[in-house]
Design a protein around this ligand. Structure first.
Ligand code: FA5
Length: 348
């Protein structure tokens, strides 16, 4: 009886010690040691069971039953602790490697329309309202269309104003102005009347300055019908200038020379900055040159397929970068294509 009580107490002690020890176990390795200590072949519980033999036969089942209960309890506790440790390890691993979703996302830089494109779209809009269609034309031209059809035969002195880049194919060049597009448009539409604008890139082999690029845009305008006069040209350009720069703008036409128009003129607009009084931008004159223009030369009409006895027309050519410079007070054309975001973002 004494033996039985002693053994039952020993089992209680082992149980209490094992449960307390399990709470201290912090990792898989310590758990394996704990298992050996209490449930292993040489463990405390096995040792206690060995001494069962010393008990009288009728007492053995009671102690044996208690010992088995204890084994089951400890095994269940072991399993629960194992699950707890696995969960802890997983949580720690997730915390160490997790993407912190609370960080702000990296902002996507948004694209925006280039200042030249914005200006071109405004030009299309204004001329669209005046009944002009956009007529796309080629950048690589032949000498005949860029020059000869426009009354600039080889060795004509006016060619000096339009030096350009030549392709290795003989007779091909990068167009110096959008005026060769006049020929393409006329041949496309004749003998019907036409009203088109021809936007696009032009190239010139010339000194780059604050007002000159070697690559720049032009927008050509061309209207051909019966009875077109210089008054139509003036009216269209004045309407354009007022829609682009404000309703109080004025234009003046200075006689000029282009081989493909007769008569020819440069159109100046009164300086919006000083209201025509004279300032730094208009160099004290009160006027700013905005484009070249004139009445289409009879020979150019003929080259396009129109009979100059029946048809007449006007044409003009403007630089949209220069228009944008005037509109936004930009003092250097080189900024347009230098890909400097500090400049470009001002117009985004
Ligand atoms: C011409 O190119 C003529 N074809 C214009 C024309 C068309 C006259 C139809 C008559 C009838 P000009 O070389 O002046 O003309 O150029 C016209 C405009 O293009 C200029 O006013 C300017 O705004 C722009 N431009 C010319 N060269 C450059 C350049 N290097 N850089 C930037 N813009 C330029």
């Amino acid at each position: 009886m004494q033996e039985e009580i002693g053994l039952l107490q020993e089992l209680e002690r082992i149980g209490a010690e094992a449960q307390a020890g399990l709470d201290q176990v912090a990792d898989a390795e310590a758990l394996a040691t704990w298992r050996q200590t209490y449930l292993g072949k040489k463990g405390a519980l096995t040792a206690a069971l060995r001494s069962l033999g010393r008990l009288p036969a009728e007492e053995r089942p009671i102690v044996g039953q208690r010992a088995n209960q204890l084994r089951e309890t400890l095994e269940a506790s072991l399993e629960a602790r194992q699950a707890q440790l696995d969960q802890q390890a997983l949580t720690a691993q997730l915390a160490a490697s997790a993407i912190d979703v609370r960080l702000p996302g990296r902002p996507q830089s948004l694209g925006a329309m280039h200042i030249t494109s914005q200006t071109l779209r405004r030009i299309y809009e204004i001329f669209g309202g005046l009944g002009f269609q956009v007529f796309p034309s080629r950048e690589v031209e032949d000498d005949v269309t860029n020059f000869q059809m426009l009354n600039l035969p080889p060795d004509h002195p006016a060619r000096d104003m339009w030096s350009t880049f030549y392709l290795t194919d003989p007779g091909l060049l990068l167009r110096t102005h959008t005026s060769p597009g006049q020929i393409h448009a006329m041949r496309h539409y004749h003998p019907e009347p036409l009203r088109v604008i021809l936007p696009g890139k032009c190239y010139r082999f010339e000194q780059v300055t604050s007002r000159h690029e070697f690559m720049f845009y032009q927008v050509e305008g061309l209207a051909i019908a019966r009875n077109i006069t210089m008054a139509d040209l003036k009216g269209v350009l004045l309407s354009f200038a007022r829609q682009m720069f404000g309703p109080e703008r004025r234009l003046r036409f200075r006689p000029s020379y282009f081989p493909f128009t007769e008569p020819s003129a440069e159109a100046d607009m009164d300086c919006a900055l000083c209201g025509g009084k004279g300032c730094r931008v208009c160099k004290g004159t009160g006027w700013l040159e905005i484009l070249g223009c004139g009445m289409v030369h009879p020979q150019v009409l003929r080259n396009g397929g129109y009979d100059p006895e029946i048809y007449s027309g006007f044409a003009f050519g403007m630089g949209p970068e220069r228009i944008a410079m005037l509109k936004h007070g930009i003092d250097d054309i080189r900024l347009f294509y230098s890909a400097d975001l500090r400049f470009l973002q001002q117009f985004a």
